[in-house]
Write a protein that binds this ligand. Structure first.
Ligand SMILES: *Cc1c(COP(=O)(O)O)cnc(C)c1O
Length: 390
């Protein structure tokens, strides 16, 4: 079956939907059984999509899990109330006190905080590595290393990692490769074909796609499925049915949305490349992005999210630029239909293994589904304000 067909059909099971095209929202904590035998059976089947108790899932969440499994080629998916909860749940499901984690230096900042504050408190130590390390990751592995946590492209700075090389080194030492695959979605990077063992999505971004729900999804293959399910369940994670519904609904249009986001963003990025204020573009499809060749080799597309570095600038100038924008809104997160702009200062504060020595500010854009010419005109006026305030 081709990908478009999978997206349209995945997880649509009459057992869950009773004939409706979309599986309805089932609100349930308690589920009622007709007999003691049925109750016992439900308990025995509770890990296999059987209805037993709300926290174990409802038809709405089962439909989302089934759809994600099919799309990503996974044997099991578990749902969490946010992307960060998915990262926390995935890591906690596989570490114990005394373990060591190798984590890319450019991971999503709250992932770094989780490692430095929470995991550390429970005796799990984390070493950050240069995202461009490739096969040399082998030299950083210790006897107690349990997980290599990758995110590619990295958040904000967009370095692309050599995941097959990292996975080869990891598997030689029986280490789990966990990947935050939010940027690519299951459509643009196939984690399990590239050696990833556990893939994590902030479905809050492109899968929900409309900036109106927080959803985390972790998918894995058979060898790790039971441990992920049992331990994430024991930690109390589950997803509310309304949000599962929104994620499923968003999933159906993921591919057409991504295509348009990608096309719009490329146009904006090429325009930015020609601006005198811009030092370089951090978009995986551009040679100026570290790991560009790896992106060409391993990924099948891009989307609306990228960054660029200015030659020079200060807070007054970037503030004047951002606050006067008409179409670009200021806000964290991304992946909805709307365009967003923000700037990051002090990137080197969150780096311990790789430097950041660019002197101009970095700006990150999420290019939405608006008309590209309107967006470019908005940025053009933004640069005018920037130049007047520098
Ligand atoms: C947003 C994001 C997360 C966290 O997702 P939430 O749903 O906001 O908790 C994790 N990883 C990446 C790469 C993200 O962009």
């Amino acid at each position: 079956m081709k990908e478009d067909t999978v997206i349209a059909s995945a997880g649509r099971d009459k057992q869950y939907s009773h004939g409706a095209v979309n599986t309805p929202v089932y609100h349930a904590s308690t589920l009622i059984f007709d007999s003691v035998k049925a109750m016992k059976q439900a308990n025995a089947n509770r890990n296999r999509g059987g209805l037993s108790y709300g926290r174990r899932g409802t038809p709405t969440t089962f439909a989302l899990e089934a759809a994600m499994c099919e799309l990503e080629g996974a044997d099991g998916c578990f749902l969490y109330p946010s992307g960060l909860a998915a990262i926390t749940g995935a890591i906690l499901s596989f570490v114990r006190a005394g373990d060591h984690i190798l984590m890319a230096d450019g991971v999503y900042e709250p992932t770094r905080m989780l490692a430095c504050n929470i995991l550390k408190k429970f005796g799990v130590e984390t070493t950050f590595y240069d995202p461009m390390v490739g096969a040399a990751i082998a030299g950083l592995i210790r006897d107690n290393t349990r997980i290599i946590f990758v995110e590619s492209p990295c958040s904000v700075t967009m370095e692309i990692q050599d995941i097959p090389a990292i996975a080869a080194a990891a598997h030689e030492r029986n280490i789990l490769v966990m990947m935050d695959n939010t940027w690519a979605t299951p459509l643009h990077f196939r984690p399990f074909d590239h050696g990833v063992d556990v893939a994590i999505h902030a479905a809050t971004k492109y899968i929900v796609g409309h900036s109106d729900a927080m959803v985390g999804i972790v998918s894995t293959l058979k060898p790790h499925r039971q441990q992920l399910f049992d331990q994430s369940y024991q930690l109390g994670y589950c997803l509310a049915p309304d949000d599962a519904y929104l994620a499923l609904r968003g999933l159906r249009t993921l591919k057409v949305r991504l295509k348009q986001h990608e096309q719009n963003a490329l146009k904006v990025a090429y325009w930015l490349k020609g601006r005198p204020e811009v030092d370089h573009i951090r978009h995986p499809a551009f040679e100026s992005c570290p790991g560009h060749a790896l992106w060409q080799r391993d990924f099948t597309g891009a989307n609306g999210l990228f960054s660029f570095v200015l030659k020079q600038g200060n807070e007054q100038a970037t503030t004047a630029m951002m606050e006067g924008m008409e179409h670009f809104k200021m806000g964290y997160s991304w992946g909805g239909y709307e365009s967003l702009i923000l700037t990051y200062s002090g990137i080197d504060r969150y780096r311990s293994a790789s430097g950041w020595d660019h002197k101009g500010p970095l700006m990150r854009l999420h290019i939405g589904l608006e008309d590209v010419d309107d967006l470019i005109a908005d940025l053009d006026r933004g640069f005018h304000r920037f130049n007047q305030n520098i």
